[in-house]
Write a protein that binds this ligand. Structure first.
Ligand SMILES: CC(C)(COP(=O)(O)OP(=O)(O)OC[C@H]1O[C@@H](n2cnc3c(N)ncnc32)[C@H](O)[C@@H]1OP(=O)(O)O)[C@@H](O)C(=O)NCCC(=O)NCCS
Length: 160
């Protein structure tokens, strides 16, 4: 009898590129982007990636430690790149890379990166199984491998 194949989807299928312009309402009194606004954009980009991968509504289960490496200024263009690094049973780790660019500068700078865990849910909010992730490049494979280590650390922290 033919063995049943486990469904996997390539990382590329979940990839999200989101671009935002930092406007006055996004900033503090010094003209720097508010951390909370950036966290909102990260959550949205990651949620879309998780939903593209799973084909389901997904909820944020947790966000790993978030570091802000450099101030993002009023007028900067912020780009968020998100994709599912690895899927487990009903949860997925999504990685988000944030870069910012001032229109006067030629190079975008890495401002932030984040790992979030999303859970696919049904209409009652109960977790549902998701397809696996198929890494197709060395970088995708590295993120896939590292995602398992991070999951084990999260589970250890939750249990303690
Ligand atoms: C996330 C949620 C659906 C998990 O439901 P649950 O009944 O606890 O489900 P389970 O214990 O069976 O866990 C389901 C999966 O979520 C993962 N999970 C649950 N809580 C987690 C957390 N804090 N961090 C990482 N993963 C988590 C589990 O590891 C499990 O993953 P797996 O199936 O891939 O092994 C539920 O806790 C929930 O709805 N939380 C609120 C989500 C929300 O409103 N988010 C927005 C916050 S403002």
């Amino acid at each position: 009898m033919a063995r049943k194949k486990t469904l996997t989807k390539p990382v590329a299928l979940s990839r999200v590129f989101m671009t935002e312009l930092v406007l006055p309402n996004d900033t503090n009194q010094l003209g720097n982007l508010l951390g909370g606004r950036l966290m909102h954009w990260i959550d949205i980009a990651a949620a879309i990636a998780a939903q593209r991968h799973s084909g389901c509504v997904c909820v944020t289960a947790s966000v790993d430690k978030l570091n802000f490496h450099l101030p993002i200024r009023l007028g900067d263009v912020v780009t968020l790149q998100a994709s599912v690094n690895r899927a487990f049973r009903t949860s997925m780790e999504v990685g988000v890379l944030v870069t910012s660019q001032n229109i006067g500068r030629d190079k975008a700078e890495r401002a932030n990166n984040a790992y979030l865990t999303f859970v696919a849910v049904d209409s009652e909010g109960s977790p549902v199984p998701v397809p696996g992730v198929r890494p197709e490049s060395p970088d995708e494979q590295r993120r896939f491998d590292e995602a398992l280590i991070r999951r084990q650390q999260r589970l250890t922290l939750r249990g303690s």
